[in-house]
Ligand binder design. Structure first.
Ligand code: THU
Length: 134
């Protein structure tokens, strides 16, 4: 369990910075996401859309790719913003993406304040289910 404080303002700034890189010509809804890793790195990502709309990559997809490409590890705190810098809730698919890489005490900034991963994705399916006998 980490004991140092989460710098939420730094995460917000990283999410806004990531959002400015978004490629969202179809929805015109740029998104940026940033997270603090267990070893103190900040990883981030933006949404990248596609002319074949269903292939759109959410900002969280880039974030977990960035996590893995920069040393791996787990996510301790998460912040996602829209074009106005307002807090954005991760979509359902992205909650699952984040769940895979959650630190045990992971927190997310939400429109209702700071919440745990378990609060935003209760009773989640995860790697543990692949290991348990059915
Ligand atoms: N989007 C994200 O990047 N993350 C989310 O959690 C919610 C939705 C993007 C996908 C699409 O490019 C745009 O927002 C509108 O849905």
């Amino acid at each position: 369990m980490e004991t140092t404080e989460v710098d939420w303002a730094a995460l917000e700034a990283a999410a806004v910075s990531a959002m400015l890189n978004a490629y969202a010509p179809y929805s015109k809804f740029p998104v940026g996401a940033a997270a603090l890793t267990g070893d103190g790195r900040i990883v981030s990502g933006c949404n990248v859309e596609n002319a074949s709309y269903g292939l759109t990559l959410c900002a969280e997809c880039a974030l977990v790719g960035n996590l893995q490409m920069t040393g791996g590890g787990l996510l301790r705190a998460f912040y996602c913003v829209d074009a106005g810098g307002n807090v954005l809730m991760p979509c359902g698919r992205c909650r699952q993406l984040l769940y895979e890489f959650r630190a045990p005490d992971m927190e997310l900034m939400t429109t209702q304040g700071i919440k745990t991963m378990d609060q935003v994705l209760p009773d989640a399916f995860g790697p543990q289910h692949l290991e348990e006998p059915r």
